[in-house]
Design a protein around this ligand. Sequence first.
Ligand code: PEP
Ligand code: MG
Length: 556
Amino acid sequence: MNVCKGKGVFGGIAIGKLRVHQKGELHINRVSISDPDKEWQRFSSAKNIAAVQLKQLYEQVIRDVGKTNAAIFQIHQMLLEDVNYISSIENIIRTQLLNAEYAINLTTENILFMFAAMDNAYIKARAADVQDISRRLITILTGGEEVTINSDEPVIILADDLSPSETATLDRDKVLALVTVHGSSYSHTAILARTLNIPLIVGTEITVDSEYDGKTAVADGNDGFVYIEPDDKILSEYQKFINTEELRKNELKSLKGKENITLDGIRIDIDANIFHVRDVASVIRNDAGGIGLFRSEFLFLEKDDFPSEDEQFEVYRTVAEVMGKDRYSVIRTLDIGADKQAAYFNIPHEENPAMGMRAIRFCLSNTDIFKTQLRAIFRAGKYGKLAVIYPMITSVEEIKRIKAISSEVRKELNDEGYELRYVEEGIMIETPAAALVSDLLAKEVDFFSIGTNDLSQYTLAADRQNYNIDEFYNPCHTAVLRMIKIVVDNAKKAGIRVGICGELAADINMTGLFLAMGVDELSVPPSSVLPVRKTVRETDISKISEKELSGLYNVC
Ligand code: PEP
Ligand code: MG
């Protein structure tokens, strides 16, 4: 048995035969030419063919994994037209009188050298895109053929690296896992593998040797281990793991369509958190009751400038329409700042960004951006059951300012002739200040959703981004649980709905306690909907409530 360690980028376990993928050797000779116009013409024709290939690839990938992921091949198309890239090639052909293949290769080496010097993992990962496009051009020029990864049976692919084109054209049914020597978690290959749901291990300490071809292997995308010719013990351990996972998945599937009801008849809503409009499919697939949190800022983070009102409207309308009139979709207004930054936000440097110009503070200081988003949400409200939620609230005064702005927006839209439906307005409770004045806040809004991720960091003074203080960041700390209890009690007194949408909502060890507190909704990642439903259905609140709740005040 040969054990190799890499970095698991996308989880899952695969057992199967290895298929060693070696790219065809590109033979690039340095050839002097006498007619630069003719050579330039040769290059231009190859470029046209590459453009057609990339367009076809783009269309194929849109069909397979959707537009956002196919954007990689739009980037490749743009790269193919990149002025610096092209003029460097032309320059080498015309001034050094060298052949096109050599000019492409030299230009690529120069770009890679430049990228390698940059201290930016994202840019470094783009090197694979430049290599991919150059390889395509040289293959066309030399009349070579693309080496495609074909196999009759499902295999674990072992390669030095995989280009985005190679990954995108993989036959999903024939690939159990991908194991590469190079690659990174930022690469488009990794993004595609995640979307295609294929376990991926990168940076693996292994030689891509054809002697491994056909050998049995275990690829553990969770821990990043690859076992070649595993012994019986490893094989049976992993086989057991796969079987248990299969059973668990089937058991969970059987819960689709079932109610979220405890053994003693208490109901709770289980909704899903999403980042993108494309995540709605997995909300439906996992049978969530609605969308408890749409982190709309990701719509902004993907762009180079603020998305327009119409652009946002299209997204919110799609969410509303797909979810329909019976299921809530709660759209959170822009929660940027802290770890969620884009250059165009122009937020000046801050010493403590998590406590700085983020979320509602940014919106209240940039009301034009805030109003644009609210206009888009309220307009989309007509197409389904939308609600809006405001993040990082600390005071009643903020709510009054928000409500003044939202009424102004509604009035403007009415005056413009838009047909509006009532869109409920709620707030995130994610600061200790909001928790402690939640009795006052409850009088002002339609609902609360407790953001335990931030509530924990602010309550415990423990930066959620800082892995070195992981042990101090404990969302189950009694202080956080007491905060939650205060908020739930105040919401109940005021008669408004209260949910939890931080990661803690998906912790099945806490489900009983949240039910006992009287939480109305848990909003969790789509893949956690069915596990939480299972826990709810196995819980008897009458047996746990007293013990668990009194524990909140007796334990420290
Ligand atoms: C939270 O803080 O718990 C929350 C849900 O918001 P985010 O994680 O996006 O800050
Ligand atoms: Mg938060």
